[in-house]
Design a binder for this molecule. Sequence first.
Ligand code: ADP
Ligand code: MG
Length: 695
Amino acid sequence: MSMTNVPEIFGSMVYNETVMKQTLSSSVYKALKQTMSEGTPLDLTTANQIAESMKNWAISKGATHFSHWFQPLTGITAEKHDSFLTPAPEGKIIMSFSGKELIKGEPDASSFPNGGKRSTFEARGYTVGDPTSYPFIKDHTLCIPTAFCSYTGEALDKKTPLLRSMEALNEQSLRILKLFGNDAKHVTTTMGPEQEYFLVDEKLYQQRKDLKMCGRTLFGSKPVKGQEMDDQYFAAIKPRVIEYMEDLNTELWKLGIYCKTEHNEAAPAQHEMAPIFTTSNLAADQNQLTMEIMKKVARRHGLICLLHEKPFAGVAGSGKHNNWSIATDKGENLFAPGKTPRDNAQFLLFLTAVMKAVDDNQDLLRYSVASAGNDNRLGVTEAPPAIMSMYVGDELEAILESIKDDKSYDGKQGGKLEIGADVLPSIPKDSTDRNRTSPFAFTGNRFEFRAVGSSLSISGPNTILNAILADSLSKFADELEKSNDFDNDLQKLIKREITEHYRILFNGNGYGQEWIEEAEKRGLKNYRTTPKAIEHYLDKKNVELFGKLGIYTEEEMHSHSVIKLEKYCQVLNIEVETMLEMVNRDIIPSAFKYMNLLADTEFKMQRVFNLCDAGLNMMKKLNDLINDLANNAEKLGKVHEEVKSIEDLMAKAHGYAKQVLPQMKAVREIADQIEPLLGQEYKPFPSYEDLLFSV
Ligand code: ADP
Ligand code: MG
């Protein structure tokens, strides 16, 4: 691949600030900027002028269509393409695009999941441009990032609630900052999602029904070599993968996505891409685009990019480490400890608010990452458990402990820490990265929520993070705004809250069995399955929290839980069907073919040598296993039929978790014993070894 001129291509497909300045008159540019920063609506004349300039720019880049690009509740993106073409007299056409088309669209919403929210006759929603996320060109189409709402004002997408949550956090943070004499005017959340993925050879992928249908393997005996040698993590990247990454970077740079680091991950064939963080809603848009482009570019290289959370059993799964922070318009990071006593105090209050948010809302955080795919990952190889806890590093934990117990801490001999008057000892940034097993870790100036699955939209988890922090902050603000002795009351509040929520801190090994027992003693929640996590979503506490902050209505929440449950059941339904097909069409026939060879050989051997050979034992062993497999597959089919017919959606989902999944496991275990017994030419499908070590 030739060297790319990065500054030249970076953002070349984005209608960004530079393009706006170049193509808009200064008055129109000013109006647009105002809309972007303050949310003021655009008048139609201005919108028409912007649309005209945007269209000309897009056509100069080869675009022929435009589309309102949005994020329905499925978690993927949707677009409805319209062409710029408008018929003109004498059979000619003109390329047109109006301000109205720029601002508002009306895709047919009836086919998007709504969780029973709207009856079909009113199944119409509209899209409205999000002026804070830049339009871009993809596949000859000008895509305009939009929010998607129903005519009755409900959010039908993931962007609207995310924007609402950012606004709620802005409002509550400003209340707190004011108490510290901080005159910031605006606070925004930032996000940097590290995206993990697997690459497999397309030809091998085509031969595996499970990968094609489910995005993960349902069978596969362990390869001789897994990730136990730890020789893959940060190892030199193979040439074919490098070519892929270069191509991917180029495509993402064109779209203005700052991908910065790339390296191999823990498992063989696993990789990671980390972009530089940006405002949450833009980061969410960009992550959706990133996932789409990762898959598309892979095809060009004869590869398939797997974004599933657990494509292979026994090796690490893929997550999306969600780096999250808040910044003021003055560029101050509110999760950075700072250097002065005042900054330290402000930091400690925000940190305490996060502790409270996580502890009070373990259920919501777990809910935000719940999916059939991620359930396979949480709590197994190299993934944080389903228990939500917080890691802050030894130094910070010592400080919090000293505040809680009124003890002196290392940094200050003999004395207690006086919040607002004392300077905190410095907290080494990297100290926090030592524990990779925590689902929620403080990493020096941000939090890293690691339980997020690799295929999930980050909008949901971030909406919830913003919401629960806004909730804690609002309670703190209510209390402190009434205070007549701020420093004293602040110290008291911080001490009280640290004490109350201390149980959420855990610096030990999150992968260990001891932690599960310890967490239970502490009263922390451990919702292992998605239906368990969903069960608590509509608890009164949660409905009140989102309602008060204006982020979700109860009706919206109800529909989320229905959509999540439906999706969970659908995914497992497909997995069971695929599994049964593979047993009956691939595994058993392959085993029979091989047994036929064995029988044939055995027969001849007996005739020649009059010997009872090893073949007989092999055949017996295979015969028993196949019997066992057929019986268990039949049982799986029956259990599945029973569960499928359960009418109540929640009960059905629990049925999948409690009855179907264990039976799937039983089937797999037997099949995985058969696979290595079959001769190379009799393999039912490419093995783990083929898949994991071929690229
Ligand atoms: P480090 O090596 O310092 O941990 P990484 O390169 O692993 O950094 O980056 C992790 C991710 O965290 C990146 O996407 C980065 O942009 C992001 N990040 C850094 N600072 C912030 C912040 N203030 N808010 C949100 N994300 C951030
Ligand atoms: Mg990291």
